[in-house]
Structure formats: C-alpha cells, structure tokens
Write a protein that binds this ligand. Structure first.
Ligand code: 5RP
Length: 236
C-alpha cells in the first residue's frame, strides 16, 4: 500500500497544476499514472461543479480513458475533429526530472502516446512528488524503449553498442510473459552506468530500427509542479 504522505503529495501536485493551468474550452491531454490520475480527478471535479466548461480531453492510456468515463470527462481521439491533432495543454506524471526539466516517462508503459500528446501540446505540465527529482537521468529509474516484437533481440544488440549497461524486457504482472503495450509492442527497460546527454539520447535511441519511441522527453519544456513533504508546491 502506498504511504499516505506520498499519496497526499501526488494529489497536491495534480490539483495545483489543474487549478493554475486548466481553463474552460481547452483541448486537454490527460496523462497516465498514480500522480496524473489526481489531475484527471480534479478536472472531473471542476467540470461537475460547473467551474470548467467545454473541455475536450484526450486520454493517454486505458487507465485514463476509464477514469474519464467514470468522471464524465468528454474525451476524443487525437484525430477527431474536436482535437484535430493538437492540444492546448497536457498534464502528465514523470519517473525522473532533472534540473533542466528534462524527464523520463513511461513507467506505466504509456510512453508512446504520452510523447505524441506532450509534443502535440502548446503547453506541457509535469506533476510529481519530490522523490522524482534526479540527476543525471537514466542511471536510476530505467528508461523505457518501446520496440516492435520482431525487433526485440536486434534492438537490444544496438542498445548495447550505444553504451547501455542493462537491458531488461519488461515483464507483465498477473500474466506470464512480457508487457504488451496498447499498440502491441514490447518494452525494453534500459539503464546507463555513466551519464548521458538526454537530448542526444532521445534522438539516438529512435534511430534504431524497430524502436518506436523512448522515454526521454526533452523537446517540449514542461512547467513542473513538485509537491514537497513539508506541504509546499514548487513550480519551476
Ligand atoms: C506512465 C508514466 C507515468 O506518468 C510515470 O510512470 C509516473 O507515474 P507515477 O505518477 O505513478 O509515479 O510515464 O507511462
């Protein structure tokens, strides 16, 4: 069970981002994970209270879609005429955040759609508790690399050549075998044993044949809401 203090920090970060950035009429990307879910719930609450109106949301995963359904948040596909491939704002969680606000995402396996969403958004917000602040990226929490099933072994070899120290095929819980993503792909969780340049690595990883996307997010600088254990929210 998650500790109450951790849950409260996640809730505070999610709420702070929504309260300061979401406006009526927005096309809104809604992220995935145990922190982003609090932002989704806050949006639902404000819609129910009539404070937010005419929100057109996009859900980055089945988890988020199901939460939107429960809360009555109207959501659409990115290709719909309501969203037409663009969003005003996306709010999402992160696994690691460095001092430049570069992040690693994909702990929940939704990195492909999360990146599409983040990079389709005019503004991007990250919500997290203080445990996510790390430097350098990629040596603690693994960086997920989504690959098509046929590329599993070949991509792993190419990753080794790039200097990756550890490569683990992500295993499913309560199902034998690997995690299969929403798009039928596999995830290789990789770790470096010396610092890398996240901007360069985001580009290099995606050059490997069969790699669909990776968990470095460096190209749409987010506003980061960090909840601290003393009850404060740092925005940077
Ligand atoms: C899912 C993600 C999540 O946002 C990230 O893993 C953080 O999750 P949590 O808030 O549960 O720690 O990228 O793919």
């Amino acid at each position: 069970m998650e500790q109450d203090s951790n849950r409260l920090m996640k809730e505070a970060a999610g709420k702070a981002a929504v309260d300061s950035m979401v406006k009526s009429g927005m096309k809104l990307g809604l992220g995935t994970g145990s922190t982003a879910i609090y932002a989704v719930r806050r949006v639902g609450e404000l819609i129910e209270q009539g404070i937010l109106r005419d929100i057109c949301a996009f859900a980055t995963s089945f988890q988020t879609e199901i939460e939107c359904e429960k809360l009555g948040i109207p959501f659409y596909t990115l290709n719909s005429h309501q969203l037409s491939g663009g969003l005003d704002l996306t709010i999402d969680g992160a696994d690691e955040i460095d001092p430049k606000n570069f992040v690693i995402k994909g702990g929940g396996g939704a990195l492909l759609i999360e990146k599409l969403t983040a990079y389709a958004s005019s503004s991007f917000a990250i919500v997290a508790d203080e445990s996510k602040l790390k430097e350098p990226l990629g040596m603690g929490f693994p960086v997920p690399v989504e690959v098509i099933p046929e590329a599993r072994v070949q991509a792993a070899r190419a990753l080794e050549k790039l200097g990756v120290a550890e490569i683990i095929l992500r295993e499913a819980l309560r199902k034998a075998g690997p995690v299969i993503t929403e798009h039928g792909n596999l995830i290789l969780d990789i770790r470096f044993n010396s610092p890398v340049d996240p901007e360069e690595m985001e580009t290099e990883l995606n050059k490997i044949p069969g790699v669909v996307e990776n968990g470095f997010f460096t190209r749409n600088s987010p506003v980061v809401f960090i909840a601290h254990s003393n009850g404060t929210i740092e925005t940077r």
